[in-house]
Write a protein that binds this ligand. Structure first.
Ligand code: NAP
Ligand code: G4F
Length: 329
């Protein structure tokens, strides 16, 4: 039985990847950091099937211990401070987790189990102020946020460990991917949750930032399959994972509000405070290499994904409405 260690398993991607690997017969070790109130919401479906380990990307000895305890064939590093906006007010923390945290985990693998295959969650945010369109594996990086800068570091240190220590280390350059498990502060989920609340009469307005930014949005469930495929290749390599379609935030609003027969223009207000200090204006990925070499392609369309997210948020908000608050002693 193959063994996999996943960091960031309580997040969006970690939970889909855990489900995929369990279906494939893996023993899955999930590393989570200690929090005062644990949140297993995303991973609830398979929580009991996971071997839980405690650790933090900023703490090398906890990572060494996680690798020792799991003795993994494959390590997926999905943990990060992943919200771009937070990376301006918390640049140092973002760097410690999202940049140096990658070195910590690579070190733990190099010291304890150098034969383990390693996946690094790189990001299209590394392209930032894009140098060419569409963006591909060879496009130079020009990050526009402390998060993007941290991901560039994580990307290059992964390649460096591959070249320096002959480790099977891959970097997946994933474009934005979403799902009902997306964190509430990211734009797609903020919109689908807002649409559900407006539709059910719990909210009158949705406050937004830059509606002209363009993103290449795919479905997270499709993207974790690409992570796994990368680690099944003969040789380690880096791949862009994207849909090859780009849309503005305004188009996202149109699709989401239309799905409940509303017009976004009647509800959306713009707050300049939500504009970013430096914006990534356009992301559009060319995933041709992944299609050719991994046999991967996106399955779920943008419209179907947004409909799925709105539907899920409608149910969630309805449940909130039907449950009176529980007293906490
Ligand atoms: P996410 O939902 O924000 O999940 C992040 C995970 O990292 C959570 O499980 C979180 O734990 C954990 N984490 C944060 N700080 C940690 C630390 N110091 N030590 C250990 N764990 C820590 O992110 P996601 O959307 O699933 O993305 C997964 C990875 O792909 C991230 O590295 C992200 O930067 C990258 N990425 C995402 C996208 C995308 O569009 N989703 C695109 C490209 C790359 P808690 O539950 O305790 O907070
Ligand atoms: O959903 P977002 O916050 O995602 P962003 O910044 O593109 O980052 C996500 O994708 C990256 C891959 O490219 C990941 F690496 C990263 O971890 C994360 O998952 O914002 C998308 C766009 C931005 O241009 C933002 O300015 O939406 C615009 N936007 C407009 N109004 C808003 C809002 N974003 C948020 N979060 N909230 C708004 O009200």
């Amino acid at each position: 039985m193959k063994k996999a260690l996943i960091t960031g398993i309580t997040g969006q991607d970690g939970s889909y990847l855990a489900e995929l690997l369990l279906e494939k017969g893996y023993k899955v070790y999930g590393m989570r950091r200690r929090t005062s109130t644990p949140n297993y919401e995303n991973i609830a479906n398979v929580r009991e099937k996971i071997e839980w380990l405690s650790g933090d990307l900023t703490d090398l000895s906890s990572l060494i211990s996680a690798v020792q305890q799991s003795d993994p064939d494959e390590v997926y590093n999905l943990a990060a401070q992943s919200f771009v906006e937070t990376s301006w007010p918390q640049p140092n923390l973002t760097g410690q987790i999202t940049a140096l945290g990658v070195t910590n985990l690579l070190e733990a693998v190099r010291i304890v189990k150098p034969s383990a295959k390693f996946y690094q969650a790189s990001s299209s945010e590394m392209y930032g102020k894009v140098m060419e369109t569409p963006q591909r594996e060879t496009t130079p990086f020009y990050p526009r946020s402390p998060y993007g800068v941290s991901k560039v570091y994580g990307h290059w240190i992964t390649l460096n460990y591959r070249e320096s220590f002959n480790m099977f280390a891959c970097s997946g350059i994933l474009f934005n991917h979403e799902s009902p498990r997306r964190g509430i502060e990211f734009v797609t989920r903020k919109v689908t949750d807002g649409v559900a609340r407006i539709k059910l009469g719990m909210k009158q307005k949705l406050t937004m930032g830059n509606l002209d930014a363009k993103r290449d949005w795919g479905f997270a469930g499709d993207y974790v399959k690409a992570m796994w495929l990368m680690l099944q290749q003969e040789e380690p390599d880096d791949f862009v994972i994207s849909t090859g379609e780009t849309r503005t935030v305004r188009q996202l609003l149109e699709v989401a509000f239309q799905s409940v027969e509303l017009r976004y223009e009647d509800y959306v207000v713009i707050d300049p405070k939500l504009f970013r200090p430096a914006e990534v204006d356009l992301l559009l990925g060319d995933c041709g290499k992944a299609k050719r070499q991994l046999g991967w392609k996106p399955e779920v369309s943008f419209e179907d994904m947004i409909a799925m997210m709105v539907e899920n948020d409608l149910h969630k908000v309805e449940r909130e409405l039907n449950h009176s608050p529980i007293a906490v002693n």
